[in-house]
Write a protein that binds this ligand. Structure first.
Ligand SMILES: Cc1ncc(COP(=O)(O)O)c(C=O)c1O
Length: 377
């Protein structure tokens, strides 16, 4: 039996970075080089990541949130503009829309894949709609073909928030390479962990150049202290990049483990009516950052009761995201599908170190607390 995880105190935390000797070697190399702000690992991580997801350009930055900000600034989104944002998802995208002075316009999500609902988008387009942000929630890819058909017709730019979807694929393309700009996060819980950190990817030379400029104070490359635009400091350190690069070298292993975990949870629970999973579309190969289950509305125990029982059994879980219609900064209209997901979603432990016997134990406990006897379909 495993001891409790040192950091979380739980036997099974909900997420955990996978750090091994190769990560330590790379970070020490960066330290020993003396290049602890910019440095060679920054370049290596950018080139390696671009290659891994077949992007033309990749640029590291300080966080997934900074990546979203860079994307919006490069697309010249600002005051007076509206940006479509999914009604369910992490709030970083909506926050950055507000931070650039634009208005987030929330559109509800689909009840099956939990991502932006393409059938509702057109209702919310106005002459002020400048961009649309899709959030590939938990690693599942939104209906990008239907979304792009609309955004192309209305000349609206598309930002993919791929913080939870590194290496997920859709119709032969990697997440991040489907819209105009893709934004990634390397915060500790993510598929690749660099402590903190982010990446923007694009196939557009022009957008890349703009983001390069904005990332470094707007200072023109090759001209010290000449600021072509008023930019930010969104640079990633060489220390983070060393960790990110080392993680990238074991991407096959990290993705394989996440696929195994997803298969295990889905195989174990598919026959119980109390729990269901996010739809995986036929054209999609997701790498799930989190394996979230949706508790049936008629389940015996509420999601919060199940979380409490699991915590007492040493298993940490996370609830669904709170929807924008329930939080003060967003002034969102009611989002009924998102709200139902928000109240009934439970994210199960998902990290590369989990073995099959761990998953078996977690599943047994989830079944004990969330499933009635004889609840087979
Ligand atoms: C979908 C999504 N977008 C953006 C972010 C923000 O990334 P970061 O924490 O690296 O700023 C996160 C999570 O952290 C996320 O899950």
């Amino acid at each position: 039996m495993k001891d409790a995880d040192q950091k979380s105190g739980f036997k099974y935390p909900w997420a955990k970075p996978y750090i091994d000797e190769s990560d330590r070697v790379a970070v020490n190399q960066a330290l020993d080089s003396g290049w602890i702000s910019d440095g060679e690992f920054v370049r290596r991580f950018e080139q390696g990541f671009a290659h891994a997801i077949q992007a033309d350009h990749a640029l590291t930055c300080s966080s997934g949130t900074a990546a979203l900000m860079l994307a919006l600034l490069a697309l010249e989104v600002g005051p007076g503009d509206e940006v479509i944002v999914p009604g369910y998802g992490f709030a970083g995208a909506a926050n950055m829309v507000l931070a650039v002075g634009a208005k987030p316009v929330f559109v509800d999500v689909c009840a099956d894949d939990w991502c932006l609902d393409p059938s509702q988008i057109e209702l919310f387009f106005t002459p002020q709609t400048k961009a649309l942000i899709v959030i590939h929630n938990y690693g599942a890819i939104a209906h990008m073909d239907r979304i792009l058909a609309l955004t192309n017709r209305y000349n609206v730019k598309v930002v993919e928030d791929c913080a939870e979807a590194a290496f997920s694929e859709y119709q032969g393309l990697f997440a991040g390479c489907i819209g105009d700009v893709g934004c990634f996060s390397f915060q500790a819980a993510k598929t690749l962990a660099a402590g903190e950190g982010g990446m923007v990817v694009t196939q557009s030379e022009d957008l890349y150049e703009r983001m390069l400029l904005l990332r470094n104070h707007g200072m023109q490359p090759g001209r010290h202290y000449f600021h072509a635009v008023a930019g930010h400091n969104f640079r990633m350190t060489n220390l983070q990049a060393a960790l990110g690069w080392a993680q990238l070298q074991k991407k096959e292993f990290l993705c394989r483990r996440r696929r195994m975990i997803t298969d295990y949870y889905r195989d174990f629970f598919h026959k119980y009516r109390e729990l269901s999973f996010q739809l995986i579309k036929p054209s999609e190969h997701p790498i799930f950052w989190a394996n979230a289950v949706l508790l049936d509305e008629n389940a015996e125990h509420t999601r919060d009761e199940v979380m409490k029982s699991l915590a007492a059994a040493g298993i940490e879980t996370r609830p669904g995201f709170v929807t924008f219609d329930q939080m003060p900064p967003y002034q969102a209209h009611p989002l009924p599908v998102a709200r139902a997901l928000s109240e009934r979603i439970l994210c199960l432990p998902t990290y590369a170190a989990l073995e099959k016997n761990d998953l078996h134990e977690i599943c047994r406990e989830v079944k004990r607390h969330a499933v009635k006897e004889k609840s087979f379909f």
